[in-house]
Write a protein that binds this ligand. Sequence first.
Ligand code: ANZ
Ligand code: ZN
Length: 791
Amino acid sequence: MSKRPVHEIEAKWQAEWEKSKLYQAADPGKDTAEKFYGLVEFPFPSGEGLHVGHPRSYIAVDAMTRKQRMSGKNVLYSIGWDAFGLPAENYAIKHKVKPQDATQKNINNFRRQLKSIGFGFDWDREIDTTDPKYFKWTQWQFLQFFKHGLAYKAKTNINWCPKDKIGLANEEVVAGCCERCGTPVEKREKEQWMIAITQYAERLIADLDTVDYLPQIKSQQINWIGKSEGAYIDFAVGHETVRVFTTRPDTLFGATYLVLAPEHPLAAGHEEAKTYIEAARKKTEIERTNEDKEKTGVRLEGVMAINPANGQEIPIWISDYVLAHYGTGAIMAVPAHDERDEAFAKKFDLPIVQVISEEQIMINSGFMDGVPAWKAKDEMISWLEEKKCGEGTTTYKLRDWVFSRQRYWGEPIPIINCKKCGHVPVPDDQLPLTLPDVDVYEPTDSGESPLASMRAWVEVKCPTCGGDAERETDTMPNWAGSSWYFLRYCDPHNDQALASPEKLKYWMPVDLYNGGMEHTTLHLLYSRFWYKFLWDIGAVPQECGSEPYKVRRSHGLIMAQGGEKMSKSKGNVVNPDDVVNEYGADVFRLYQMFMGPFDQAVPWDTNGIEGVRKYLDRVWVLFVGAQFIAPQGVINHARTLELETLYHQTVKKVTEGIDHMHFNTCVSQLMILLNAFSDAGGIPETMQKGFIQLLAPFVPHLAEELWQKIGATGSVHRSGWPSFDSSKLQASSFTLVVQVNGKIRGKAVVDSTVSEDEAKAKALELVEKWLEGKTPKQVIYVKGKLVSVVV
Ligand code: ANZ
Ligand code: ZN
């Protein structure tokens, strides 16, 4: 038995593929084949290197794109590095190296690791977001946002992580703590660049109807955007007005007091509220809105509001359950119909007025008395608009995107701040605006970017008036480069545009995008928005459609052996390098596809990986071992028919299974087929090529080697995809098993149409010597399976 030379085979084919550029995607031309664009979330090249969780998505989409390529499609599948951002900067600070150098070192390591797994990436399209040739276009796109009025600077209360010394987007705050380091987040006021993603909120919801995303991905996006339809209502307070946002204008007659967020400007002058306001500022949003929490609040003395519906004077309170940054930061409280308001009213003994009856008819509601409840909302909005004390509106939970970081390692925001001219864009012909080489890139306690101290870089002349001006020192968030990388893969070396219209027309939209569920509300939403904007301004041709990704899928996490989360601190992280060194890339890949349903979390299991190794060893033996030479000769005709059925069933199952991402069932079917070949003593010649082709998406190295071994020409990865014959899916024969007193004593392949009598007769003939001349007491036939004889 010859041992499978795993590492020689893998090294040989990796070198060969690289040399022949086997996986190169062809640019569109006259005769270019139909395209297939498969996409995976490009990694952040961390100092720790690749983790076995990363490749799960890459291996799956590799299998899918390999199958498409074999089927004759022109496949685009590429990889790159999302390499700006805080972790790279922290790594650099910790190891006392420049972020540039640390990043390149980490990229080199990631590239080496990915290459060792043998992905079918078109490496000529590799992208690095920190490459000035790339971020030139990230900056250009930022300026497009700016020129179209969607990038603006505003003072906002930002989430400040005191440990990382960085402003965090709302999405990066998890349960009141920094998503990265877990430190409780504080509030700080800061001038920030913002991008007006909220202007696209409606389309980001509506266009989900036009794409094929997993249902939970769609609902997470919809919830994140958080659309609420309702009204603004103005309450007179002395000479001023307080505007509230409500989703229930129908209940206005039941509004018996107002509640303001502690941050509301009207609360500011009130001595009695000072301590309460201070305390509220320190709390996180989660703490403030916790439903179970005992309600607290302070009444503002000496002020009353007028309910515009009935002219009644009602008191004004402040309470931390009203958030400053949602709606208008003020609510009308309707304790009869809102639970939070009810809890508050009971605690502070405030009046409760019911305005909707059990029968769903309006009551205690003046001009609306008797109106069915379902009509009341529209009627009240019309009334408010007529009386000019309110209007219908739609609000979103989604906030504009905080697009500033006070850090070094990001794309510089290409804006020059001039006292006379305001914010002036860096002229396009001066892009890319690169980072200065600095010695100190640690963040500052003042919250200013380390770039601010680089006076030689900061001080410039204003492009408009020529006067003294200063560069913007904030950099972009790490979500910037990943918002458009899929466009750049289409045309990665273009220096005239982010990508040429012809190439975008051909490749876009992405046919399949797979990535983590954790990116559903951030990256996926940002990139859809970014793409829509480019599409609106014509930077992406109309023909590409208004959505970047046709299909979005997601994979389950890989857990540590035993089911815990893999983490460095627990010391249970499996390094792909070790697995590849020990078992080879093919085993690693096949195991990842076999370990469990792709969309579910599965634990790493050493026994499982052993089983997969044995399987590939058996495949090897079947082809190159003693049994290989004359398979046709040792397999009889009936046997061949039986194998043929199983073979066609397998082709069908693998063909459909890969497309539907049921990889584990594909692999188990391939195992069943191998068992049948082994039992038969070899592989019928008519099935050899097909079997290798079915293996190719999963174990590309071994498949290529076997392809060569059987004397087939070219690469298996461009050889075609086997087809199945529907007429051969039903078994025309089966293996009849014969038992005597419960023990298997014989087997025979018989025709599927065999009758009960024929089967029994055949069985008795087969086990004659076990009967020793006796007449059986009982002969039972289980249709299509076995005959059981009792003597
Ligand atoms: C009166 C009312 C009566 C309300 C009723 C609800 C039920 P969603 O659906 O999440 O958009 N609200 C408005 N602004 C708020 C803020 N800044 N902080 C906390 N709560 C706020 O919720 C909208 C409802 O939440 C609004 O409608 C308002 O209470 C409250 F029977 O107004 B409602
Ligand atoms: Zn100027």
